[in-house]
Ligand binder design. Sequence first.
Ligand code: HEC
Ligand code: HEC
Ligand code: HEC
Length: 367
Amino acid sequence: MKRLVLFAAVLLFVLGNAFYWLAPYTIAASTPHWPGVGEVLHQYMRNAVAIRSRDKEVPRQVDLDDPGLIRLGAGHFATGCATCHGAPGIARNPIPAEMMPAPPMLDGLDFTDGELWWIARHGIRYSGMPSWPGEGREVEPWAIAAFLRAYDDFDRASYEEAALGTEYAGDAIRFPGLYGAIPKDMACARCHGEDGMGREGTAPKLAGQSREWLTLVLNAYHDGSRESGFMEPLGAILTDANIDGISDMYAKMEGDWSGRPLPFGDAERGAELARKGDEHDDIASCASCHEGGDDPLMPRRADTPRIAGQDGFWLYNWLLMYRDGPVPETPRAHLMEAAAKPLSDGDIADLAAYYAGLTAGGTAAGN
Ligand code: HEC
Ligand code: HEC
Ligand code: HEC
């Protein structure tokens, strides 16, 4: 008996080694699967996605029908997905089409919203389908879900308008996407707008932010010390000279900031909290840092961002980021972490409502 076990073990070892070193199973992407194997693997992928995303709920601040969110999803799709998957009315490139499995065109998808989020967030192992860059920014991939569920409503022209902006619509061929080689003149305005005002909720407003803040945060996206799946891939390819030039350009722009509100949040209570803080709950006065510069809507120090009149959606998400992580590793982010830690979800909603409505013409809560 002992001998038999020993013999089996040796045989297994020899066969295992032979398989490992002679590699009879092909890894060639050029050889198709045996009939049926591709279908079985694809169904397994669908089952795995369905099980893992079944309890996923759309967060309170996310409106999947918001045209701004859909445009952001389209814009990111042009940056990071179209190279492999093609886009509405634009055929897949023949090189990724030879991958195995090949990235499919994404029309006629029948995934739930939660499944679309899950695929964009986690990717698909052993297939080349990447997971979300911007580790921990769990809300971001919802923009992709918003775009993909509307995918079949787009034709080439409306997709280009959404992803690239009116200015560049018709230029998708010149726009190669995916990390690098993004023509400079198209890189930022397609989401932040020609005027730096964010294309009605597609991206945050930048016009008139201080040079110091813009330089600081762009460097943080560049070296990964502030996580964002949207901005890290774009920040990564910027040179120091790009960052200087771009910061200068947006700092010199002017615009009347008036933030798009969220459908919840009590601006009046937010105003109270922002000005006085709450000693009982250890909440610092936001206004002591973010208001009261030379222009009362501007922060006191140049390396602190303007938040008055920014969209409620970004304010809400950023406060969650400083409270729950991933906290940026920028020099003064710990101040914001301390300010955000004691906030409840309700406080965050009220503060976002107040600051979205805080504009030159008065505030939603009345000045
Ligand atoms: C490097 C190429 C590549 C990139 C870039 C890429 N994907 Fe994929 N994607 C794939 C491959 C390959 C598959 C097929 C996986 C499979 O069938 O198991 C896939 C599958 C998918 C699916 C499932 C489709 C279906 O019908 O089963 C979705 C949805 C998807 N990708 C969305 C995206 C989005 C959104 C992006 C950009 C954030 C993206 N992909 C970027 C390669 C890529
Ligand atoms: C695909 C859309 C998209 C493109 C293109 C884009 N951005 Fe952004 N940008 C965003 C989003 C979304 C955010 C919010 C990210 C976050 O929450 O950290 C952002 C944030 C920023 C911020 C930080 C704003 C703040 O106050 O926190 C700056 C600065 C910025 N982008 C500059 C740029 C520059 C410069 C370019 C061109 C190189 C660019 N963006 C291209 C979508 C985009
Ligand atoms: C001690 C000064 C200080 C206080 C108090 C403070 N902040 Fe900040 N805030 C900052 C700094 C500095 C940053 C930039 C941090 C970084 O580098 O990531 C910031 C960033 C932010 C951002 C992100 C803006 C953007 O454009 O990315 C928001 C939103 C914000 N603060 C809201 C608030 C609110 C609401 C409060 C009150 C609860 C508050 N802050 C209290 C200094 C402060």
